[in-house]
Design a protein around this ligand. Structure first.
Ligand code: HEM
Ligand code: HEM
Length: 129
């Protein structure tokens, strides 16, 4: 398995544990759950689920289609964009100060760019001959 794929999977598990910890904190302290719920949801959905799909997809889909990944460079760049974007979004939603607004917008852009890069890289990889 490629090193970068292992890192996608590792980070997915890190976000799963972080999302679960925040979920557990919200159960213990429902008064503050409004502050954490969006970070919790995205750590689980964009962190655990999407990051797992990025990693498994990059490992399996080229094999299924009998090709190499279209762009290993995009696969690496997307990893950093997705992680920086998610951590920034989770921090921005949790901090909820004036400054978090710009942190949120920049991080959301990074996350969105990662989604688009994944879409392009996978679609180009599985393109029928
Ligand atoms: C240890 C595991 C988990 C715990 C303890 C937990 C706990 C919670 C709590 C307390 C809330 C707030 C409910 C409320 O008052 O509105 C919540 C919301 C949410 N959780 Fe979790 N959760 C866990 C795992 C997950 C996982 C694995 C996912 C997704 C894959 C997930 C997705 C969500 C989403 C999307 C919301 C927001 C729902 C909404 O928009 O109201 N959670 N969770
Ligand atoms: C580019 C990536 C993404 C961005 C920028 C983004 C942004 C947002 C924003 C701004 C909200 C509203 C938060 C609020 O109420 O203040 C939201 C809510 C939500 N998003 Fe995303 N999102 C992204 C990806 C995803 C993905 C991939 C999923 C699911 C697989 C998802 C599931 C949800 C859910 C369930 C909610 C409601 C959670 C809550 O109760 O706060 N999002 N998202």
């Amino acid at each position: 398995m490629e090193k970068i794929v292992v890192w996608y999977l590792r980070m997915s598990i890190v976000y799963f544990v972080a999302g679960a910890v925040i979920g557990f904190i919200m159960i213990l302290d429902p008064e503050t759950s409004g502050r954490y719920v969006t970070a919790h949801a995205h750590l689980n959905l964009l962190g655990f689920m999407s990051m797992m799909i990025y990693g498994v997809g990059y490992h399996i889909l080229p094999k299924f289609s009998g090709r190499n990944i279209y762009s290993p460079g995009i696969m690496h760049a997307q990893f950093w964009l997705a992680n920086a974007g998610l951590i920034g979004m989770a921090a921005g939603w949790t901090l909820q100060t004036g400054r978090a607004e710009s942190l949120l917008i920049i991080s959301a852009l990074l996350s969105f760019a990662a989604v688009v890069l994944f879409a392009v890289n996978i679609l180009k990889t599985i393109k029928a001959v």
